[in-house]
Design a protein around this ligand. Structure first.
Ligand SMILES: Nc1ncnc2c1ncn2[C@@H]1O[C@H](COP(=O)(O)OP(=O)(O)OP(=O)(O)O)[C@@H](O)[C@H]1O
Length: 204
């Protein structure tokens, strides 16, 4: 794996007429993991989308060395296909082959249409697709949502294996994370003065 790097300088994000955050800096290299922490609506998903290049920052820059893979609430698998064929579509595009070890326990679900999978099964499928993409930079928005304790442990083991292989990871999560040497970015520290720290307006 080529050594990845993800650097953000002075990032600010505006949505609608509100600046959600300002002055976000990060500099991540091989093996590192960063937890984006903060209340609902503070801007964690928005930051992930900016890092992924899906949204332009209001200010600041992002530099990236290495391919990235994203897991968020949108499942990038065709709901009408059986799971095995939906994953095979991506293997063909990524020029990868499914691993023999099946770390997310999907073999028994290969014939089930993606739209019939449970929330946790869909998340496991998204994580399997992520692991197969062989991208050194992982951007994960709530990767443990919907997973039971055992699968949440397995997902974190997958993250640790990715780091051990030289990958880096940014994780927005409300779930506790048991990852070695995890750094934390407290989004509340970057809310501009005068904005609500939880991103919620006063609707009264
Ligand atoms: N297209 C949009 N236009 C205007 N505001 C938006 C848009 N999309 C999201 N927002 C607002 O931006 C804010 C940040 O949303 P975001 O999804 O980044 O928060 P979050 O920290 O990931 O929240 P959660 O913990 O609930 O997932 C929210 O107040 C949301 O309502």
């Amino acid at each position: 794996m080529t050594a990845p790097r993800l650097v953000a300088r002075d990032l600010a994000c505006r949505r609608g007429d509100r600046v959600l955050f300002r002055g976000v800096q990060l500099d991540l290299g091989p093996g590192e993991a960063l937890h984006l922490a903060g209340a609902n609506g503070i801007g964690k998903s928005s930051l992930i989308r900016i890092l992924a290049g899906l949204m332009r920052p209001f200010a600041g820059t992002v530099e990236r060395d290495g391919a990235l893979a994203l897991v968020d609430e949108r499942l990038a698998l065709d709901g009408h296909l059986p799971l095995g064929r939906a994953l095979a579509f991506w293997h063909a595009i990524d020029r990868t082959a499914p691993g023999a070890d099946d770390p997310f326990g999907l073999a028994d679900l290969a014939d089930v249409p993606v739209r019939y999978l449970s929330t946790g099964q869909k998340k496991r499928a998204a994580l399997a697709r992520l692991a197969a993409a062989q991208a050194p930079i992982w951007l994960l928005d709530e990767p443990l949502n919907g997973l039971d304790t055992a699968w949440a442990g397995q997902a974190q083991a997958g993250i640790e294996a990715h780091r051990a292989a030289g990958g880096l990871v940014v994780i927005a999560s409300h779930q506790p994370l048991a990852l070695a040497g995890l750094r934390t970015l407290a989004m509340a520290d970057h809310v501009p003065a005068g904005e609500a720290a939880n991103g919620e307006e006063d609707w009264a």
